[in-house]
Design a protein around this ligand. Structure first.
Ligand SMILES: [Cu+2]
Length: 470
């Protein structure tokens, strides 16, 4: 059995990058990016020799990092080499609806052996990601995701001062096979598929990266896990939080970062020569405490031996200007969230008919929005373009839900999201048994998904949609 490193050396055409990821540029060559979804037997972590049946973009985990510039037209020629249908969703991009990658709502699934050309403009600079959006609970868990980085039109950080880290967890057996074959029903009723192997760009916990001493770096973090909410102690990072869900914020120092599935966070940081800094696990659930009796190190950086550059000024990001919703005139949309293993719900609508609790259990539809499990025929709401909308989420379940709105960014106007309230975001963590309100201007025409990004929750009921009409 070969290790992942040997595998990459032997078979991958990926460009050599400082941090080991393949790279695809839209503003290179003919500007068309080629992505292939493929089944690949390889280990999930470098150094391991136990292969898992992964599904990957271009045979890489994470998939190749796509780098484009703000305002670019992005063209992706996508081939499905898998034996199952799939599609790609461009998470967080305020995209043309037809390119959003949601089978059943915005496109047909891309069948085995077929091709789909994605073609869209990226209006906002920031840290985004792409992932499969068909049977996502399985396809994302098997590795179908990658970073989508939209650079500012004028480069803010030097290219070799940029570090993208994708956090994931995998639930695999000793022999490398995926635990439960993606059929564990009970997990879907609770906190979802939490893995037993953590990876950071395919490296295991405590991986170290050398950075240029004295220079400001930009760290882009992406949580690609199905269900795991990362609690990171970033107090040692000696940097500042620059952006959340791709969008620039007022830079600030923070000690702890809660990163729910699909969320992103950008930091600036700088190290002196020989200085080492660690990002630690604040949840107490990752790995084992280190020899010093402290928290587990998730990843760390070390300044190289080069001299410092005292003239180096910390770069800052330009804030995106999005229209603020008119809260007085906004359409208020209640969203009652129910279900899960502790639920008392006795009946709900599924596929257009009222079902009993037993029937819902049989159909594995155990979560509901407003009494409906999974995509209803009618939208949650339909509004003309430009309408301000407030979604009043009432989480009556004993679980947390990272709620994601497609095609738009929103602000939290009421409730605790464990994030600053003045930021635009596309995924918000709604606490158990709590209320939270988000607001945005529905300014992107089309049919948009609104769902829980805990992917087993989504497939077993926590999905709805809304319509923005012209
Ligand atoms: Cu959920």
């Amino acid at each position: 059995m070969i290790t992942k490193r040997e595998f990459l050396k032997a078979g991958s055409a990926a460009l050599a990058l400082p941090f080991g990821m393949g790279l695809l540029l839209s503003h290179a060559a003919d500007g068309v990016i080629e992505l292939r979804a493929q089944a690949v037997e390889m280990p999930v972590t470098s150094g391991s020799s136990v292969a898992s049946p992964l599904w990957l973009y271009n045979g890489e985990t994470p998939g190749p990092e796509i780098r484009v510039r703000q305002g670019d037209r992005v063209r992706v020629r996508f081939f499905n080499d898998l034996k199952v249908p799939t599609s790609i969703h461009w998470h967080g991009i305020r995209i043309d609806n037809a390119m959003d990658g949601v089978p059943g709502l915005t496109q047909k699934p891309v069948l085995p052996g077929e091709r789909f050309d994605y073609d869209f403009i990226v209006p906002d600079a920031g840290t985004f990601w792409y992932h499969a959006h068909f049977d996502g609970f399985q396809q994302v868990a098997r590795g179908l995701y990658g970073a989508l980085i939209v650079e500012e039109s004028d480069a803010v950080f030097a290219p070799d001062r940029e570090i993208t880290l994708i956090l994931d967890d995998w639930w695999i057996e000793q022999d490398g096979s995926f635990a439960d074959g993606f059929e564990d029903y009970l997990q879907g009723k609770q906190g979802g598929r939490i893995g037993n192997v953590i990876t950071i760009n395919g490296e295991s916990l405590d991986s170290s990266r050398t950075v240029k001493a004295g220079a400001w770096h930009r760290l882009r973090l992406i949580n690609a896990a199905n269900a795991r909410i990362f609690h990171l102690d970033v107090s040692q990072l000696a940097g500042r939080l620059l952006a959340l869900d791709g969008f620039a914020i007022e830079p600030r120092e923070i000690d702890e970062l809660v990163l729910a599935p699909a969320q992103r966070a950008d930091f600036s940081f700088r190290l002196e020569a020989g200085q080492r800094t660690s990002v630690l696990d604040a949840s107490g659930t990752l790995g084992k405490p280190n020899d010093n009796g402290g928290s587990t190190t998730v990843f760390c950086f070390e300044g190289d031996a080069a001299g410092t550059n005292p003239n180096n000024v910390e770069p800052t990001l330009r804030k995106a200007i999005l229209p603020d919703p008119n809260l007085d005139k906004a359409l208020r949309v209640p969203l009652l969230m129910q279900g899960g293993s502790l639920s008392s719900v006795q009946k709900a609508v599924y596929a257009g008919a009222i079902r009993t609790r037993e029937q819902l259990n049989e159909e594995q539809q155990v979560w509901t929005f407003n009494g409906i499990a999974n995509l209803p025929k009618e939208p949650l709401f339909s509004v003309p373009v430009g309408t301000s909308v407030i979604i009043e989420m009432q989480n009556k379940t004993g679980w947390q839900h990272p709620m994601h709105v497609h095609g738009h960014h929103f602000k939290v106007i009421k409730g605790n999201s464990s994030r600053p309230s003045d930021v635009w975001q596309d995924t918000v963590l709604v606490g158990r048994m709590s209320d939270l309100q988000i607001a945005f201007v529905a300014d992107n025409p089309g049919k948009w998904l609104l769902h829980c990004h805990l992917l087993q929750h989504a497939v077993s009921g926590m999905r709805t949609w809304f319509e923005v009409t012209t």
